[in-house]
Design a protein around this ligand. Structure first.
Ligand code: SF4
Ligand code: SF4
Ligand code: F3S
Length: 421
């Protein structure tokens, strides 16, 4: 049992596995305010990696309609309940203790690893194996909204943004393996068949070692390893590692976004790699859009950080959803993250232009001042939009893309055919 520092929890925790930290860490930011639930990402992954016999029920990337949907069904509420039953009422954050190495404050509850120790069960982490029927639907309850009868003003941020409370709400939650810093799947496997790559932190199942014990499926709180009943071994998202390595000739052999990221028509996805310090914390680099969104503005938050695996999928929370629901899902920075997204800083506006601007992975960016487009007030505060130019650079420092905040208007030549079909 190792003692490790989990910066998302703001404290040390027990992790039942010893491993060095990678140099770089695969990570992504999804803007949930923009996801349209089109499942293009889902099909991009399916048609690339899981179209063979025995993979019919596998959706390494899935998009589920919250609050009712889930793949597998109820994956999050079930694990939350397991922990709650072991340590009732303990899942509480103390945001007052926020510090540079504890950006969300301190989580006082039990992680999946600590809950197992508290319950005295002979497992690395608490979990459960979903029955077959819970894997049947990739997006059951699609578009099913829930009503909310809250008290007036209950979901307003008293210090910032006031939002209209919708009486009906749902949102789409795209998910894939989080390539966690402290993966439960790695710790759980009795065969040591799962490993985390030192070069990019991608978590892979060694297909030649796996014997189908399914402890990885049981103990991954996100339920992202999946069992192949034909080969009788398990598989999971491989983060399209040949593309991340720059093996795809399409982009001239530079690090390239995964299939699910690069296919997103809603432009909700930004993917990159975070450079890590020797102790596993993120190297301070505000020129990295990833670092900026996660650590400087804290507008992108981890999914269920309280599970303790330190996931590397980050989400800009949807602004219309009742805050207690989001607080449980993304932690105590939710109000602040939404307030910042509603009145974005000039830097954040620039970075948001880089979402899906290229298939090549953008590592750093630069913003060049442009003219004022317009000014207004948001929540009583002055706010201005500028037509800045944003340049994205690759790992080698070469320019990948150059965009402006205002989309350029292209006028069709009057001599063109009206319809080219
Ligand atoms: Fe492992 Fe699950 Fe984390 Fe992926 S999301 S690395 S499968 S624990
Ligand atoms: Fe599938 Fe690649 Fe996306 Fe993983 S990163 S869900 S393997 S498309
Ligand atoms: Fe291990 Fe999971 Fe295979 S627990 S043996 S990687 S099914």
């Amino acid at each position: 049992m190792a003692t490790v520092y989990n910066w998302q929890l703001g404290r040390n925790m027990s992790y039942p596995y010893n491993a060095a930290f990678p140099q770089w860490q695969f990570a992504f930011v999804f803007n949930l305010n923009r996801c349209l639930g089109c499942q293009t990402c889902t099909m991009a992954c399916k048609s690339t990696w899981t179209f063979a016999r025995g993979q019919e029920q596998m959706w390494w990337n899935n998009v589920e309609t919250k609050p009712y949907g889930g793949f597998p069904q109820h994956w999050d509420t079930k694990i939350l309940k397991i922990i709650e039953d072991i340590a009732p009422g303990s899942a509480v954050w103390n945001p007052a203790l926020a510090a540079p190495n504890a950006p969300y404050g301190v989580f006082n509850g039990y992680t999946i690893f600590e809950a197992a120790a508290r319950a005295g069960i002979n497992e690395q982490a608490v979990g459960y194996l979903p029955p077959d029927k819970e894997w049947r639907f990739p997006n059951i309850y699609e578009d099913a909204a829930t009503g909310y009868a809250g008290k007036p003003g209950e979901f307003s941020n008293p210090t910032g943004t006031t939002l209209p409370t919708h009486s009906q709400w749902f949102f789409y939650l795209p998910r894939l393996c989080n390539h966690c810093q402290y993966p439960a799947c790695v710790a759980a496997c009795p065969r040591k068949a799962i490993y985390k790559r030192p070069e990019d932190g991608i978590v892979l199942i060694d297909q030649s070692r796996c014997r189908g014990y399914r402890k990885c499926i049981e103990q991954c709180p996100y339920k992202k390893p999946m069992y192949n009943p034909y080969t009788r071994i398990s598989e999971k998202c491989i983060a399209c590692y040949p593309r991340v390595e720059g093996k795809d000739p399409l982009t001239g052999n530079v690090p390239t976004e995964t299939r699910c990221m690069s296919s997103c028509p809603g432009k909700i996805r930004y993917q990159s790699l975070a450079q890590l310090n020797a102790d596993g914390t993120w190297l301070n680099n505000p020129a990295s859009p990833l670092y900026y969104m996660v650590h400087v503005e804290k507008v992108a938050l981890p999914l269920y950080p309280q599970f303790g695996t330190q996931p590397n999928g980050y989400y800009i929370p949807p602004r219309w959803v009742p805050r207690p629901y989001l607080l449980q899902m993304f932690g105590p920075e939710v109000d602040s993250a939404i307030a910042k997204y509603m009145a974005p800083s000039r830097e954040l506006v620039a970075i948001l232009q880089l979402f899906r601007a290229s298939q090549k992975i953008i590592f750093t960016y630069k913003r060049i001042d442009g003219p004022l487009l317009y000014s207004t007030t948001i929540n009583g505060q002055p706010w201005s939009l500028y037509n800045d130019t944003v340049i994205g650079y690759g790992k080698d420092g070469a320019e990948i893309v150059r965009v402006t905040v205002e989309e350029p208007v292209h006028t069709r030549d009057a001599n063109y055919y009206y319809n080219s079909i």
